[in-house]
Write a protein that binds this ligand. Structure first.
Ligand code: XMP
Length: 319
């Protein structure tokens, strides 16, 4: 139990004592943890912090713009925005195995991040959004997948290669404390209470081979779903929600014509710990609205399904 203003003061003093006048690099993803680290470090060391935002081409709609607006324009944080879409798409062409896709995305992310960081010659520290549950998780022997998740998320392996020291100011905090800290630092509620988003991003929500065309369609569908969840008050009642791209074509009718287009599945789950989950019993009227909007607004998708699989036997993601 701690008092937030005191905690912020202490955390700032600790960071300042640790890094002195050194420069710090942070991989900013748009997720809660790295965003709170960015806000905290900006407050503590201002322009000694440089954030690197890597657009893999597999992020949600307008993610890069949101990060640049919130951190670069509003807060004045130094953010290097790297559009690496073409690199990722090239590496992923022809690959359909889920674990290979994860490996390629994680590996390419580290490569891009490392290249960008190498340009910041004075940096001595690598900041990470590691939180207390991550610390416990890597201490205990966990599954390979859980380990891969964290290592991608927190850019594991980089410090040794780059001769950077690790700076982990959220190491002692639980998720709800990180959120509280984010709010106290002035981050918007919408950002601090965002659903989790996997490191491989839309890469595990496009079944099989990834193509830019698929990612563009999926981004739009996902955005409509999230927009309607927020508008109806359901966003905060579910733990995670997203659309999945199914690379099969179905027949439909539109006006006088026949369509032959792709299918998306919607998934929304409620869970305490993401180890087990229930599919969310969203109102039919909400599902109907989302379905109509997706089909009317996106050329290329003509059918919407809702995933009613629990975990187990399903996983939350489709890959
Ligand atoms: P599953 O699909 O395993 O997901 O039921 C449980 C939680 O973990 C997230 N997830 C990932 N996060 N890299 C990540 O950073 C991954 O490869 C990955 N796979 C799943 C998923 O979004 C859910 O919150």
């Amino acid at each position: 139990d701690w008092n937030m203003p005191d905690y912020i003061e202490e955390a700032i003093a600790k960071v300042q004592a640790q890094v002195g006048s050194d420069e710090v690099i942070l991989g900013l993803s748009g997720g809660v943890d790295s965003s709170v680290v960015a806000a905290l470090l900006h407050k503590a060391i201002g322009t000694q912090l440089t954030c690197v935002f890597v657009d893999t081409g597999l992020l949600r709609l307008n993610e890069g713009q949101m990060v640049m607006d919130m951190f670069a324009r509003n807060l004045g944080v130094k953010v290097v925005h790297v559009d690496a879409t073409d690199r990722f798409m090239a590496k992923l062409a022809g690959v359909s195995d889920p674990e290979r896709k994860r490996k390629i995305i994680g590996g390419e992310f580290v490569a891009v991040f490392q290249e960008e960081s190498a340009k910041l010659k004075n940096a001595k520290w690598l900041a990470q959004g590691t939180i207390y549950p991550d610390v416990i998780e890597s201490a205990g022997a966990k599954t390979k997948k859980a380990h891969a998740i964290k290592s991608h998320h927190n850019v594991g392996g980089l410090p040794e290669d780059m001769h950077l020291q690790l700076l982990e100011p959220l190491r002692e905090l639980f998720k709800d404390e990180v959120r509280e800290l984010g709010i106290a630092l002035g981050l918007p509620h919408e950002m601090v209470y965002r659903h989790p988003f996997p490191g491989p991003g839309l890469g595990v929500r496009i079944l099989g081979e990834i193509k830019k065309e698929y990612a563009d369609l999926l981004r739009q569908a996902d955005h409509i779903f999230i927009e309607e969840l927020r508008a109806s008050g359901w966003y905060d009642k579910v733990s995670q929600a997203f659309a999945v791209f199914l690379p099969v074509k179905a027949v439909g009718v539109m006006g006088d014509g026949r369509t032959y287009d792709y299918v998306v599945a919607l998934r929304a789950v409620q869970t305490q710990d993401f180890m087990t989950a229930h599919w969310a019993e969203l109102p039919y009227a909400l599902l109907a609205k989302v379905s109509n909007r997706i089909i009317n607004e996106i050329r290329g998708i003509n059918r919407v399904t809702y995933d009613i699989t629990g975990k187990p036997p399903g996983t939350i993601e489709w890959e």
